[in-house]
Design a protein around this ligand. Structure first.
Ligand code: FRU
Length: 495
């Protein structure tokens, strides 16, 4: 009887969290096999099944990169938030890990990850809902010694409320400087003006509020989500995702924006002196809530949510919704403008012999669903390229008009995103196509567009312009294997 009792205690007591997780992982594995593959991305992190949004906890721990994401496994729409988890050695090839955080009393909203005395610490927003109404957002911690299994801190919350008790107080991004941990958190004033709040701590547990690091001027929105703050090119960058900005001409055309302000930061007085206006980071249709990491080789690397709130997500019919962009290296140019470039390692996905062609007017190039295309043309003449499915489905046009000096990405008929482009010495375009996405990098990353497009049966590229265009196309390798194979490395959780 004693041993039976012991067994029951082990199974239903201390081990119950692991068992719950095992059930969830088994559910994800089983359901992910049922997903219709027609729009499935091959080299972008996406939900194995269900919904994902923001990148979270982007970090480097025990010799690998970790990326978590806002995750609702049970339906392909937003729901009570979990943290999904992938790892990588090179930020290009990814493997799934078991779901890291599962909601309890709280939903696990966005946050970040740091290493403290050899442990991985997640800091995230606990979003509490009672009777269908959001009642509170506070900051929680969770710990791990292996970077796979996480335990929520018994002393949560570590920051119970914002100084003005705002109901919107979320998305902590923590970092270390000198003897202190710092964290910034997105919030708003009582009269609905977006803010970023700065705190510090000696131990990640006891936090002292320092100051409002930055606050929206009238046209910068009512709430700032997902702030990030880091050094780049001798300056400090405040990256954030404002809600409530109004479109101005070509700018700010998505429902919410992600962009940055360049300035100087003084750790003595905690003042951020702004040197620029807010600038968009990516000009495409689907880009939000980006987060960065300082990679071990000193680069600043960013991944964004390859999605936007309140858009269609056609893949939701197939059982999944949402993805991450490819990783991009950030560089600050002499005009206080951030350039975004694919990582050098991204080229390791190039698979077959490239297809080189001089694509003349009216000619068509057939491409694999996962392809990279280098495009070179005479920029004193216009460019007009059509991307569409070999068997129909979604379309997009890539255009350049030298008379106005703008690059255009038009999705379907008339859904236009465009921006001025002044190329430096690199005048080529680098286009990344996946089964249902495009990412266009112009020159050295002066203009970047990320948009989801849903062609069927692989891509074809037609030259609708008058000049011939040089194209070099590569088929790309799959770099995000299925959930099942990845889980083999984590059998521990099923014991
Ligand atoms: C941004 C966001 C965050 C929040 C999370 C919830 O897209 O709204 O502010 O933590 O998504 O899923």
């Amino acid at each position: 009887a004693t041993s039976l009792l012991l067994l029951l205690v082990t199974v239903y007591g201390s081990d119950s969290l692991a068992r719950q997780n095992a059930t969830l992982e088994q559910y994800i594995m089983a359901e992910s096999k049922k997903v219709n593959q027609r729009y499935r991305l091959q080299y972008h992190v996406a939900a194995p099944v269900g919904w994902i949004n923001d990148p979270n906890g982007f970090s480097y721990y025990k010799e690998q990169y970790h990326l978590f994401y806002q995750y609702y496994p049970y339906e392909a729409k937003w729901g009570p938030m979990h943290w999904g988890h992938v790892v990588s050695k090179d930020l290009v090839t990814w493997e799934y890990r078991p779901t890291a955080l599962v909601p309890g009393e709280e939903q696990c909203f966005s946050g970040s990850a740091v290493e403290v005395n050899g442990s991985m610490v997640l800091m995230y927003t606990a979003h509490v809902v009672k009777e269908g109404m959001p009642v509170n957002q506070s900051q929680y911690l969770a710990f791990s010694d292996d970077g796979v299994n996480f335990e929520k801190f018994a002393g949560n919350p570590v920051i119970p409320a914002s100084p003005n008790n705002s109901p919107d107080f979320r998305d902590p991004k923590a970092w270390k400087h000198g003897d202190y941990w710092y964290v910034i958190i997105g919030s708003k004033t009582d009269d609905e003006i977006g803010t970023v709040l700065l705190y510090r701590s000696k131990n990640m547990i006891d936090w002292e509020f320092l100051t409002i690091l930055a606050q929206a001027t009238s046209d910068l929105g009512y709430m700032w989500e997902c702030p990030d703050f880091f050094e780049l090119g001798g300056k400090h960058i405040l990256l954030m995702s404002p809600q409530g900005m109004v479109a101005q001409g070509d700018r700010f055309k998505n429902l919410y924006q992600t962009g940055y302000i360049v300035g100087q930061f003084d750790y003595e007085t905690f003042t951020f002196t702004q040197e620029t206006a807010f600038q968009e980071l990516d000009y495409g249709h689907d880009f939000y809530a980006a987060q960065t990491i300082a990679s071990p080789d000193g680069k600043r690397v960013l991944i964004g949510w390859f999605g936007m709130w309140e858009t269609a997500f056609p893949e939701a019919k197939d059982g999944w919704a949402g993805a991450m962009t490819i990783a991009r290296e950030l560089v600050l140019d002499s005009n206080n403008h951030i350039l975004m470039k694919p990582l050098t390692a991204q080229s390791s996905l190039r698979n077959r012999v490239s297809l080189q062609s001089n694509l003349k007017a009216d000619q068509v190039l057939e491409l694999e669903p996962a392809s990279e295309v280098l495009i070179e043309a005479d920029l004193t003449q216009s460019i007009n390229l059509l991307l569409e499915g070999r068997s129909g489905g979604g379309k997009a046009w890539l255009k350049w008009d030298p008379s106005v000096g703008k690059v255009v990405v038009e999705r379907e008929e008339g859904d236009v995103r465009q921006v001025e482009w002044s190329p430096g010495s690199n005048k080529a375009w680098r286009l990344f196509l996946d089964t249902s996405s495009l990412e266009l990098f112009c020159g050295d990353g002066e203009a970047v567009f990320s948009s989801r497009v849903y062609p069927l049966g692989g891509w074809k590229l037609s030259n609708l312009g008058t000049q011939a265009v040089n194209t070099t196309a590569y088929a790309l390798k799959r770099s995000v294997p299925s959930y099942n194979s990845a889980m083999g490395t984590n059998l521990k959780i099923f014991n």
